[in-house]
Design a protein around this ligand. Sequence first.
Ligand SMILES: C[S@@+](CC[C@H](N)C(=O)[O-])C[C@H]1O[C@@H](n2cnc3c(N)ncnc32)[C@H](O)[C@@H]1O
Length: 225
Amino acid sequence: MDNKLEKILNLVQNNPVDFCRFSEDNHQINPESRIKSISNIISKINIPKHSTILDIGTGYGYGAVLLNALGYNAIGVEINEAKLKEGMGYWSKLGIDFEFTNDLSSVINSSGKLAFSARDSKNLSDIPNSSIDMVTSFYLSGYMVGKNGAYCGVERILKPKGNLVVTTQGYPNTPEFLKEFTVNLMGKFMEPKYLKLTSTLTINDPLVHDKFVLVYNKSNKYKKE
Ligand SMILES: C[S@@+](CC[C@H](N)C(=O)[O-])C[C@H]1O[C@@H](n2cnc3c(N)ncnc32)[C@H](O)[C@@H]1O
């Protein structure tokens, strides 16, 4: 196992926390299982070194914390401020350094930085055009998708070759032979404004709760007038 991953996993294993207050499901409240799940997904995605990654709907911050622990410049945005603050309290206790800010323009190019912002991800106006290498959104909720959903501002901030990587629980009981078809159908259905589904992945590992991974790119076809 990667040393950096091992370090963050050891930290959370040795510091159990009760995150029940804001979560309707058991999967989100266990940092160890969430970090294992997200790290498994990340290991299957090619992320260039020194990337700046925006994690939309970061919840308690798992995705952003893990990406930063792996060496990336990571920013987590979360609409539920109380939930994010609960998470930040935990990461502070663990000695993890981060900035909590309303102005993300200052943290875009600072390498190895971790930042959080409490906001609706539709509001990304402080992030310059074409400045983000990758946007992630782990374990999305259904209401986040759609024309004016959580990803509607992503196209503007992504670099030309940047990706949006979204993971979902998918349909856990989908038979093996239908998985590829289902994940593609779901990916197309969820396609955010001005982005194009370019690849999908299904994950069978029981440790990974997010079974479907959808990858979107900027597309000229969908370019604004
Ligand atoms: C199912 S949770 C996943 C949390 C986290 N990514 C994880 O992997 O555990 C989805 C999160 O997205 C947040 N969210 C939903 N819509 C959002 C929006 N428009 N902007 C920012 N966060 C949003 C919710 O508050 C919730 O915390």
